[in-house]
Ligand binder design. Structure first.
Ligand SMILES: OC[C@@H]1[C@@H](O)[C@H](O)[C@@H](O)c2nc(CNc3ccccc3)cn21
Length: 448
């Protein structure tokens, strides 16, 4: 056995998001979000599940903080629900909404845990969606006003700020594929939403700098690692498009201030143009202090004429699968973050999400023997160490997720937590993977 040691300042954390854990969807003045609308629309979410109650973290956040403290994490990534702060998206601040996050932040700090806050994790106020949502550039200003309230309120308490979670999901998953709220299926709309969200990110960074807010600010993109099945040029190009769909389309504007031209041309061939206005690309590529990367999977792609948006198809090559049918591809984590370093230089990186969904069962003594999930984490932790050793500026890692929670269109059947949530009683029960991670954190490393 060998011990893989991590730097003593490596930030271990876990992650959640407001709509997935809070519940209390009508409490203390909270306004409706697009996910309330979407989940209350029959047929949109498996089993017609919704986030009305979720994990009830709105009332049980102290239990969550106690679990975090026992786990030994240095940081906790969670998101703030815009509709709790501005129930109508803009206008008057809802003080009771702010009060909840004051309680959460103070409880974390009292436990010696750094809050890492995502400003936008998909729960757009419905009132803004009624005016076009992210397709309407007015939402950019509304987002900056919301961000400014949070920046000022928590300046000095929150020191790690993430503007957006996964602009690919906000744009393409939600407005081209249509699987997430608001459920549109229009390529031009998706391209426009992606652009406006990235402008909103940049404007929020400008506001953060202008206000002199303490700490570091960045944004999170979900990256996948696709490779061509063969070296045939058509397969290589198909994989290049599949990767860029998730990766370059967002990373290049954010970190270089340009869109990848081959993808601009490809989308143009499909009838979609990027609605760039003067100054947008400079705004989008405002210097940031870190890039957040959510990594779950990847795979192999080959050319298939007229297949999907990119004349490409994923190929099954025998990867183990999670309960989401995602490939278990730890090497993909090493490859994609090595690519980030090669393409974008030594920008500090936090893995803001990584984790796995498996079928969990509550066993005797309220234990959950989730060996597959513990093994998933072990395999990916080995890649973290490999990346650090290779010189990648990997500063921290947030496991997705602390709790089983509302898994968007998949509802509650899909469990990602290292803590089991009993949705009948709302009790929390640490799984074996929780104890595995607890030991890695305590030992500053793992035995392999
Ligand atoms: O699906 C697991 C998590 C989800 O619960 C988080 O809220 C979200 O940030 C998140 N992003 C991914 C990767 N992208 C993705 C792909 C298809 C559906 C949903 C998310 C996985 N996850």
């Amino acid at each position: 056995m060998a011990k893989l040691n991590f730097p003593s300042d490596f930030v271990w954390g876990t992650a959640t998001a407001s709509y997935q854990i809070e519940g209390a969807y009508q409490e203390d003045g909270r306004g409706l979000s697009i996910w309330d609308t979407f989940s209350h629309t029959p047929g949109k979410v498996v089993n017609n599940d919704n986030g009305d109650v979720a994990c009830d973290s709105y009332h049980r956040y102290e239990e969550d903080v106690a679990l975090l403290k026992k786990l030994g994490v240095k940081a906790y990534r969670f998101s703030i629900a815009w509709p709790r702060i501005f129930p109508q998206g803009t206008g008057e601040v809802n003080e009771k909404g702010l009060d909840y996050y004051r309680r959460v932040v103070d409880a974390l700090l009292a436990a010696g845990i750094e809050p890492a806050v995502t400003l936008y994790h998909w729960d757009l106020p419905q009132a803004l969606q009624d005016k076009g949502g992210w397709a309407n550039r007015d939402s950019i200003d509304a987002f900056v006003k919301y961000a400014e309230v949070i920046f000022k309120e928590f300046n000095g308490k929150i020191k790690q700020w993430i503007t957006f979670n996964e602009t690919w999901c906000v744009s393409f998953l939600s407005n081209y594929i249509g699987a997430h709220a608001p459920g549109n299926k229009d390529l031009q709309l998706a391209v426009t939403v992606a652009h406006n969200c990235m402008v909103a990110h940049g404007e929020a960074v400008k506001k953060f700098r202008a206000l002199g807010i303490e700490g570091q600010i960045g944004t999170t993109h979900n990256l996948y690692w696709y490779e061509p099945l063969t070296t045939k040029p058509e397969d290589v190009e198909a994989a290049r498009r599949s990767r860029a769909y998730y990766n370059e389309w967002f990373m290049e504007p954010t970190l270089k201030g340009t869109y990848p031209q081959f993808m601009v041309d490809w989308y143009r061939s499909k009838g979609a143009e990027v609605p760039i206005q003067d100054g947008d690309m400079e705004t989008i590529s405002q210097p940031i202090d870190f890039i957040g990367v959510n990594f779950y999977s990847g795979g192999y792609t080959r050319y298939k004429k007229d297949e999907g948006l990119f004349d490409s198809e994923d190929v099954q090559v025998g990867f183990d699968k999670t309960f989401m049918d995602w490939n278990v591809y730890p090497d993909g984590l090493y490859k994609v973050l090595s690519w980030v370093k090669d393409e974008y230089g030594d920008i500090p990186i936090y893995i803001t999400e990584n984790g796995a969904c498996y079928e969990d069962e509550l066993a005797e003594g309220n234990r959950v023997h989730d060996a597959l999930r513990a093994d998933y984490y072990k395999k990916h932790f080995i890649q973290l160490h490999r990346l650090i050793e290779s010189g990648v500026q990997l500063k921290g890692y947030f496991a997705w997720s602390l709790l089983d929670n509302f898994e968007w269109a998949e509802g509650y059947k899909k469990r990602f937590g290292i803590v089991y949530t009993n949705y009948e009683t709302l009790e929390r029960h640490p799984k074996d993977s929780y104890y595995f991670i607890q030991k890695v954190i305590a030992d500053d490393g793992l035995e392999v």
